[in-house]
Design a protein around this ligand. Structure first.
Ligand code: ATP
Ligand code: MG
Length: 408
């Protein structure tokens, strides 16, 4: 076993974390950091979520923490996980366990006090590293340190068998590959994912969507998506995603960089790029993946033809900032030079109402709405001038309307 130590980092000193570890007997070796925190901590990247593995049973964990006044939520009691809340953030605490029987979707578990057994039920070697929360000493049972160094995403044990136990691991594999992996991928892992792509059909669509969106949210997922498309991974569940979609995604990522957005890239928008520019397809995929109404609407708007518009401001005015940016980034319309200014542009409010039209001598009724709307269109075409100009526009529209009515 290679000796290694977790480098010191601010997240290890989150208020209350030392006390939490002390309560869980970390000094005696009963509780260790595990998973993403150790992996990302070793890579020196920021750790957002802390996971702990413990030899204590969930009841014991709950009792010790509650007695000390720490809030504990039984988030996944069926598989041995409770969540403690410290410093307003969750820490997941999972009792050491092994998977007794699996059906591709869920496991029947048994608790254990054997760290190696707990490591063996985890998916990839780089995800099965443990560390002493105080000293940072790392425990590695399956060569995870070496693989991490080599950026090698490798299943623990036989990939095909591990995928048969839990089909979601196919998608997790590609996600971790996109995040940490060097290409080409591990031959055995890639072959097993390809051969078992059909098993994804047995998973709930929500879990597929969740994994896929996590993958798409990564800075540079294209190379791995190419492997997935070439390997037929999407064919069973999302046959709409093909090579043309990949080319659109690559173009999107280039434009995201060009636009130097202040917000991180949106996974849902990247999904849009992968889909053909067809609102009906977007609607179907959103329904199939059981996405939220908000996400569904966003996808449909991004894949539908953009409304007629002149400048980018006009597009923002008509569809809102988010949808306009989606359409621009998807290259459905020209990209303005200053995307930053556009993102900070305050959408103006049309300064007139029906009352202003009535005050100009039009009797309440449909003519008021029509004149208001033609005035508004001219106001948009003139680039959203101030209230005085808006009134002048309305005055001219009303005068013309009255003239035409007289002549007919
Ligand atoms: P992230 O930064 O994405 O949270 P993570 O490694 O912490 O990465 P989680 O999904 O939070 O990933 O899971 C925590 C740990 O639990 C993993 O590192 C892994 O050891 C184990 N794990 C999670 N899902 C599975 C799975 N489907 N099969 C086997 N082990 C898993
Ligand atoms: Mg995690």
């Amino acid at each position: 076993m290679t000796m290694a130590r977790l480098p010191d980092a601010p997240w290890r000193h989150r208020p209350g974390f030392d006390a939490l570890c002390a309560l869980l007997g970390a000094a005696d070796g009963a509780t260790r950091l595990v998973g993403g925190a150790v992996r990302d901590g070793l890579l020196g990247v920021d750790v957002a979520d802390i996971d702990l593995a413990t030899a204590l049973l969930p009841d014991e964990v709950t009792q010790r923490l509650s007695q000390a006044g720490i809030k504990v939520v039984p988030t996944g009691l069926a598989h041995g996980t409770v969540t403690a809340v410290i410093d307003h953030r969750p820490v997941e605490i999972t009792t050491l366990r092994s998977d007794i029987s699996t059906d591709g979707r869920r496991a029947t578990i048994a608790y254990t006090d054997d760290w190696r057994e707990d490591a063996a039920r985890r998916d990839f070697t780089i995800n099965a590293l443990y560390a002493d929360p105080a000293t940072g000493e790392v425990y590695d049972y399956f060569g995870g340190l070496e693989d991490l160094e080599a950026r090698h995403v490798r299943f623990i044990g036989d990939p095909a068998q591990r995928i048969a136990e839990d089909h979601l691991r196919i998608l997790r594999y590609f996600r971790f590959l996109a995040r940490f992996g060097a290409l080409p991928p591990d031959a055995a892992a890639y072959a097993a994912c390809r051969a078992n792509a059909n098993s994804l059909m047995a998973l709930s669509r929500e879990r597929i969507a969740d994994e896929l969106l996590k993958l798409l949210a990564l800075p540079e997922p294209s190379a791995v998506l190419r492997l997935m498309i070439e390997g037929g991974i999407f064919a069973p569940v999302l046959p709409e995603i093909d090579g043309a979609g990949l080319a659109r995604l690559e173009a999107l990522i280039m434009r995201e960089q060009q636009a130097a957005l202040e917000t991180p890239p949106a996974a849902v928008l990247r999904l849009c790029a992968l889909l053909p520019p067809d609102a009906a397809v977007g609607e179907q995929v959103a329904a199939r993946l059981k996405l939220s109404n908000k996400a569904r609407k966003r996808i449909v708007t991004a894949l539908a033809p953009p409304p007629a518009h002149g400048c980018a401001q006009e597009l923002v005015y008509r569809v809102g900032t988010e949808a306009a940016f989606d359409l621009i980034l998807l290259d459905r319309t020209e990209m303005p030079r200053d995307m930053c200014a556009l993102s900070h542009w305050n959408i103006p409010v049309f300064p007139l109402s029906g009352r202003d039209i009535i005050a100009l001598g039009i009797v309440a009724g449909p003519n008021v709405a029509n004149l208001l709307s033609t005035s508004k269109e001219q106001w948009i075409a003139e680039g959203f001038p101030d209230r005085d100009r808006a009134r002048a526009i309305a005055q001219a529209q009303v005068a013309e309307f009255l003239r035409e009515r007289q002549n007919s």
